[in-house]
Design a binder for this molecule. Structure first.
Ligand SMILES: [Zn+2]
Ligand SMILES: [Zn+2]
Length: 689
């Protein structure tokens, strides 16, 4: 709900809205209507400084970001989140956030961190507190205690938290002079609070503290009205971390938990975590024999096994055919190239940390390629180009090698060697718009074909205030950003909805603005895959040219684009999206054959196999001397789409008895009908069996 509060008398949101409404509202967002924006008193951000203990920032649950803007709501046009009890002293646009609002959930979670700190201090008063931000999936608090906490302590802390919640203590904001707070915290030996106050506030500031019952915390807020609103919470893990990430410092502990507005949401959260675990591509990759990473060969390097290789072939065949249909030329470039080339491209300078060291050969030093761009540029430059030749679109499934720190690799998602479905488009300024449109259409086609129904788009632009840090002149940036924006603004998703894209000023690469496409998988997770990027840098460095209609030489525009992104990573996402149960066209084994008797029915089974293979289907015949049910179970564990049972009845009528994944026994069909149906399904890339 949104209303405008006007007037000069301070409005107190909590007391000036109806009690019925107040029960549903958690926090408010205000956006000043007049120029002056009343800053809140200085305080430690809810998410504090993620650099302080960043070495252990990764939570056991996966990636956690503690975006200050997201929490504090400072991003959108000066809007910020405030407590319901905050006095309003100016004209503002006021938005009351209810429990359903994502921002409200973060406020709840940060408040749960205060509840946890309250409980910890009541049980273990000697504990010193660090910071306690909300995260994407919950909250944590960094604490220090000479005797480290154990898992067993978590249960006691949880029980005490329940008491704090039951007491329904209001969160009260107080402001006091910085010096008073510092004296107080120094006295209590709260070394981390002292550090944060000194880091985040200036001498002379009023700082804000939040109290609930007997607990006080240095905090910028905002908070939910009272502890009673933390209706469902759970502590999930303890991890070790050194204070400020320095092993010479005290060993802190980070206690993780999560909180929701209802027990139902909390249950759903843990069900989802179980589902994510069950879909883990590293586990399924092993179980389905798709790929491996071998210690003897090195971390982050992927071995595609025959079954994974078959899926990859289907992915790549589709991609190559689509590229050709869409006017791309397929090219191939070397894996190692002379160091001199990387000096020209600039990778030796700005990308060296991600590259493998040079290797000495007879004539020069060579380096493994971290990107395909310079190779494609050399192909462009190998002959003079005129405007009639443009656009040139070079596509390559190119293997690149990038150094990732040891310990950061993660299955197929973060690796040291991978395959980009990379393309570079060289075109004139007037062709840019339609090229960008085509890239986006292509990206949509990838998502649809591979079974994703939704996606999000982010536009990263230059920060005009820091123009000096970006290559390219104002006009180039203006044109490129305008082209990207105009394509995105007019875009309709396949369902007809307009594309709501987010713009991130300052997030562009130094060489040009870009569009990133994030797909949404079946569990609602977002994966950054496709990207379309402008480049003002490389055409300059390599002095790319084409002869224009005017007979003069011009510099072409260069666009980098990748749609799968990395074939390895995309495969990992697919495994998790499908939980290993690939649609027919991607399944490594499409049809499993089970002769009821491995002697009597083997001939007919061989006949069926030959017929299916002649139709282009991937078939596996289980001729082992095993019971029929054991064979069916084994094929089932491999998550194959179809199993055909072959016995006397089938052999006598040239038919098959069909078992379909997820549907079980589907009765019999003539062999001819089954082949026709399976072929049609493969050709249409159908998702349903
Ligand atoms: Zn707080
Ligand atoms: Zn590139």
């Amino acid at each position: 709900m949104r209303e405008v509060a006007r007037g000069t008398t301070p409005l107190n949101i909590a007391t000036d809205i109806s009690p019925r409404l107040a029960a549903a509202v958690v926090v408010a967002r205000v956006r000043p209507l007049t120029g002056g924006q009343a800053r809140p008193a200085a305080g430690q951000g809810n998410d504090g400084d993620s650099d302080s203990t960043s070495q252990n920032d990764a939570s056991p649950g996966g990636t956690e970001t503690t975006s200050e803007d997201a929490m504090y709501g400072a991003a959108a046009g000066g809007a910020r989140l405030v407590d319901l009890a905050a006095p309003l002293n100016e004209d503002v646009e006021l938005t009351l956030l209810k429990e359903q609002d994502e921002a409200a959930l973060k406020v709840l979670r940060h408040s749960a961190a205060h509840v946890m700190a309250t409980a910890i201090l009541e049980l273990f008063p000697e504990t010193k507190l660090g910071h306690g931000p909300a995260t994407e999936s919950g909250f944590f608090y960094d604490v220090y205690r000479e005797v480290p906490f154990t898992e067993a302590d978590l249960a006691a802390i949880e029980a005490k938290m329940a008491e704090v919640v039951a007491r329904d203590e209001p969160f009260v904001r107080v402001e006091e002079p910085r010096t008073d707070a510092l004296v107080d915290y120094v006295e209590k030996g709260e070394f981390m609070k002292v550090y944060f106050i000194e880091k985040f506030t200036k001498p002379g500031d009023e700082i804000s503290l939040y109290k609930n019952g007997g607990f006080t915390d240095f905090c910028r807020g905002p908070h939910i009205p009272s502890t009673g609103r933390v209706k469902a919470f759970k502590l999930t893990a303890i991890a070790g971390a050194y204070w400020l990430g320095d092993e010479k410092n005290q060993q802190l502990q980070r206690i993780y938990g999560t909180a929701f507005f209802s027990a139902k949401d909390l249950d759903a959260h843990f069900k989802r975590l179980e589902e994510i675990k069950a879909r883990d591509h590293r586990v399924l990759g092993k179980q389905l024999d798709l790929f491996s990473i071998q210690e003897v060969a090195g971390a982050g390097l992927i071995f595609w096994h025959p079954k994974g290789g078959m899926v990859r072939k289907a992915m790549e065949d589709w991609m190559r055919e689509e590229c050709i249909k869409r006017g791309y030329s397929m090219v191939f470039t070397p894996h190692i190239m002379r160091r001199e080339l990387w000096q020209i491209s600039g990778h030796e300078g700005y990308y060296a940390d991600n590259m493998y060291p040079p290797m000495e050969l007879d004539d020069a030093e060579y380096r493994l390629k971290p990107m395909n761009c310079p190779g494609h540029i050399l192909i462009y430059k190998s002959s003079p180009k005129s405007y009639r030749d443009l656009p040139q679109r070079y596509a390559e499934l190119g293997n690149v090698y990038r150094y990732e720190r040891s310990g950061t690799m993660h299955g197929l998602l973060r690796v040291r060697g991978f395959t980009q479905d990379d393309a570079h488009i060289f075109c004139t300024h007037s062709q840019v718009l339609s090229e960008i449109e085509s890239c986006l259409q292509f990206a949509e086609s990838v998502l649809k074909t591979f079974g994703f129904s939704d996606y999000e788009v982010e536009l990263s632009t230059r920060n005009p205030a820091k123009a000096g840090e970006f290559v390219g002149d104002d006009q180039e940036w203006h044109n490129a950003e305008a082209a990207l924006r105009s394509v995105l603004s007019g875009w309709r998703k396949p369902n007809g909805d307009p594309l709501a894209f987010k713009t991130f000023p300052g997030e562009a690469a130094f060489y040009g603005p870009k569009i990133d496409v994030k797909i949404v998988d079946i569990l609602g997770r977002r994966w950054q895959l496709s990207t379309v990027q402008f480049d003002f840098n490389l055409p300059r460095r390599f002095e790319l040219e084409y002869k224009g209609e005017d007979g003069e030489l011009h510099r072409p525009v260069m666009v980098h684009r990748a749609l799968f992104g990395s074939v390895e990573r995309f495969f990992g996402v697919l495994i998790e999206h499908y939980a290993g149960a690939f649609p027919l066209w991607l399944a490594p084994v499409q049809v499993g054959l089970v002769p009821i008797s491995s002697e009597k029915h083997l001939n007919y089974a061989e006949h069926v196999k030959t017929t299916l293979e002649a139709a282009g289907l991937r078939v596996e015949l289980d001729a082992r001397n095993e019971k029929m049910n054991a064979k069916i179970r084994d094929f089932g564990l491999q998550k194959g789409p179809f199993i055909l049972i072959l016995g006397d009845k089938e052999a006598g009528s040239d038919s098959v008895s069909v078992r379909t994944r997820g549907k079980g026994d589907q009765g019999s069909a003539t062999l001819e009908d089954f082949v026709a149906r399976a072929k049609a399904l493969v050709e249409s890339h159908g998702m349903e069996l």
